[in-house]
Design a protein around this ligand. Structure first.
Ligand code: NOJ
Length: 737
């Protein structure tokens, strides 16, 4: 059996290598025919946002530029009709090189899935891959070849609005999710009609913008960079991601777009990456205001030297690269390398065989109306919801309650449930939470609805009416949170509380003596201490997508047992930010919250977050027992197994995400107190038990030492098994010789 598998693997590898060579030959042949201007054209990406609008300024010339072979790719055009028309213009160019159509398909195309941070809370790689798969199917059927996703930036600062677009704060979880998303978008082999190219972005360290202010500078040690921020990119590269996007930020003084260290030394050098790098929007040009380039020609030269292959809407390459080559400032070989990488992908996608193969009106119609996509969106959304608190079994709700009051600005919201980065918004098709509740409760249940205020909540004038509505009900549900446009790009906030007076709306309802169950919708962790203290139950739903209302109601009424776990820490206050479970120890660790004097602590707040990374409750209970290690020590390069028993101690079937954390207590560099190194999501029936095991190898113990070499150092290691980063249930130690 083993030999058969090995033979199959060898044959597949040999076939892939032969295919690569065949494409290489075609690329070389085409390159020989290209003029310098045509080569530069391949490196120019143009936005079509205003393409079909009133022609003005530079947009007038877009089609003419395409016909002249001066454009290699377009973003922000979509749909079979439009992409066909534009591709037809490219087919009038001398060499008929097809355009690549790209778009930010971040969490769904027509069918909207939860925002990426929400999906990440599912810790369910199959669900995350499926979501990307469906997004790719729909986008590909609408003429799109390439999505600018996944965003794999590790983010530990919830003031940064873009935490919504990523997988949260953790390197290991983020790496697993990066792989799942890449495979979902691309499948195992590009070239199929339902696969689109993915793009790992933003390379690199964009998520560490100082003070959470978008586009801000980043300054970090190389150790942090390699250990925390780069691995999800490496995981995406290993999964075969077709493209990378660089980032707006400077890193240790060098704008990422102009960073040879990132793009040439690490990505194309150490990692031997064969795909291409697109700049972020105008980030080549922005090296001028950064103070890193004198002017646009200088920026173009710096970017191409640093390894940025395609210039997105920066107009630096198209305007200046040819002159730089003619003037001897940029070698033709650099341009050829960038063009080669791009042409390779066009061949791989089959666009030279048929430039219109992604633009088929019947397929577009059928795929965009496939009912299974909505079903999948509901399932992924249910998995992404996190039950933060549930005292006295306040949830699930009784579907036969006489009267349920549904209060709050987001109770009947539709557009907000889609979240940011919606490319084909269809808010009328979104199931609001109120819709979802209506279809779950008994026909005899009366629903009373009051908004209280809108999302900005600048006035309390309607609070009294909301309190009056609640007073008639046996169950009160309050639905609060951010509006969809408060997170995402350029949506940094200094105050991440509930907007406006929303927190006071809760207080007003709670003051009336009612038990208020709270649903919070948002694209980032919010701070809501009064609710966390007083509400009996809190369900955090992120922006849950097209089927969000049904999914949330499934959890509220117990049709689905919540299984989500936080992929990011929820602080108590902005003052604790940046915050992560994976902190370093100090020489003055806080061992007792009551004694903070001369300890690494705050005098006005506990160090602990409000809700820790990995936290999330279920309607059932899980017990952890019988931890065992296969050996007390591990040889260098060896392995050992840690196993334990997980039991469902409650009355419902449910899924638990068991989490493996490791710690190296003494090393040549101070190591984090805990690092997630494994997890499994396990479904158990009531009373069922399962033996769970993880294999630990030396790779999981390794870290970047002061020479930036990745090494595991001999010594003791702590193993922790938890249901959350702050709920370690089992512990053990072993030695590595
Ligand atoms: C800027 C954003 O940073 C990037 O993530 C996005 O893909 C591009 N704009 C294109 O829309």
């Amino acid at each position: 059996m083993k030999t058969l598998l090995a033979t199959c693997l060898l044959l597949t590898t040999a076939f892939a290598a032969a295919q690569d060579k065949a494409i290489d030959r075609k690329v070389d042949e085409l390159l020989r025919k290209m003029t310098l201007e045509e080569k530069v054209g391949q490196l120019h990406q143009l936005s079509g946002r205003e393409f079909t609008g009133p022609a003005s300024g530079k947009h007038v010339n877009k089609l003419a530029d395409i016909r002249a072979g001066r454009v290699g790719s377009m973003l922000n055009v979509k749909g079979v009709a439009e992409t066909r028309e534009i591709q037809a213009a490219a087919m009038q160019s001398r060499l008929k090189i097809p355009l690549l159509f790209s778009l930010d398909v971040i969490h769904g195309y027509k069918t909207v899935f939860p925002v990426p941070l929400g999906e990440s809370a599912s810790w369910d790689m199959a669900a995350i891959e499926l979501s990307a798969r469906i997004a790719a199917r729909e986008a590909a059927a609408s003429g799109i070849h390439w999505t600018f996703a996944p965003m794999v930036d590790v983010a530990r600062d919830p003031r940064w609005g873009r935490v919504m677009e990523g997988a949260g704060e953790d390197t290991y979880l983020g790496s697993r999710i990066a792989t799942a998303r890449v495979l979902g978008f691309q499948t195992r082999q590009l070239g199929g009609l339902d696969a689109i190219m993915a793009c790992a972005k933003h390379f690199a360290a964009y998520g560490a913008a100082v003070a959470g202010r978008d586009y801000n500078a980043v300054d970090m040690s190389l150790q942090q960079l390699h250990e925390v921020y780069l691995p999800p990119f490496k995981a995406a590269a290993d999964a075969g991601v077709a493209t990378f996007m660089n980032s707006f930020n400077s890193l240790n003084g060098v704008p990422a777009t102009g960073s040879s260290y990132l793009q040439r030394d690490i990505l194309k050098g150490q990692w031997k990456y064969k795909g291409f790098v697109v700049s972020d929007w105008a980030s080549v040009k922005e090296m001028v205001p950064h103070g890193f380039a004198n002017d646009l020609p200088d920026a173009a030269g710096k970017a191409i030297h640093a390894g940025s292959d395609m210039d997105m809407e920066g107009y630096a390459y198209t305007a200046h690269l040819a002159k730089l080559v003619q003037g001897g400032k940029v070698k033709m070989a650099l341009v050829d390398d960038a063009v080669r990488r791009i042409l390779y992908k066009k061949f791989e996608l089959g666009l030279f065989d048929d430039p219109f193969r992604f633009s088929d009106a019947k397929r577009e119609h059928d795929v965009l109306n496939d009912p299974s996509h909505r079903q999948a969106a509901r399932d992924v959304a249910r998995k992404s919801l996190v039950l933060l608190k549930n005292e006295n079994a306040a949830l699930p709700l009784d579907r036969k309650a006489k009267t349920i009051a549904v209060i709050g600005p987001l109770a009947d919201a539709r557009r907000d449930l889609e979240g940011g980065w919606i490319v084909k918004s269809d808010a009328d098709n979104v199931v609001s939470l109120l819709d979802g509740i209506r279809s779950h409760v008994s026909p005899d249940t009366k629903l009373v609805v009051a908004k209280g205020c809108d999302t900005a909540c600048t006035s309390d004038k309607d609070f009294a009416a909301a309190v009056a509505a609640a007073s008639t009900a046996d169950t009160v549900l309050l639905v609060v949170g951010e509006s969809w446009d408060m997170s995402g790009e350029a949506k940094s906030r200094t105050d991440i509380g509930l907007p406006g007076l929303q927190g006071k709306l809760f207080d007003a309802l709670a003051a009336s003596g009612k038990q208020v169950v709270v649903v919070i919708m948002a694209g980032r962790p919010l701070i809501f201490n009064n609710i966390a203290d007083k509400a009996p139950a809190i369900l955090y739903t992120w922006f849950a997508g097209t089927e969000g209302g049904n999914a949330i109601a499934d959890v509220l009424f117990g049709d689905y047992n919540p299984s989500g776990k936080l992929p990011i820490t929820f602080p108590r206050s902005v003052g604790q930010i940046p915050i992560s479970y994976s902190q370093y120890n100090t020489g003055r660790p806080l061992l007792d919250e009551k004694n903070v004097v001369y300890k690494s602590a705050y005098i006005d707040s506990p160090n602990t977050p409000r809700y820790a990374f990995g936290h999330g409750l279920s309607y059932t209970g899980f017990a952890y027992s019988d931890l065992a290690l296969s050996a007390a020590s591990m040889a260098p390069g060896g392995k050992l197994t840690v196993s334990f028993t997980l039991s469902n101690t409650g009355k419902r079937a449910g899924e638990e995400v068991v989490q493996l954390y490791l710690n190296d207590p003494v090393a040549s560099l101070v190591r984090p107190l805990k690092e997630l190194k494994g997890f499994q999501k396990i479904m158990l029936q009531p009373g069922e038990q399962r033996t769970v095991s993880f294999t630990i190898d030396a790779g999981m113990l390794a870290f970047y030492n002061d020479k930036l070499a990745l090494r595991a150092e001999p010594g003791d290691f702590n193993v922790m098994i938890g249901s959350a980063s702050d709920a370690i249930r089992l512990k053990a130690k072993f030695r590595m010789e």
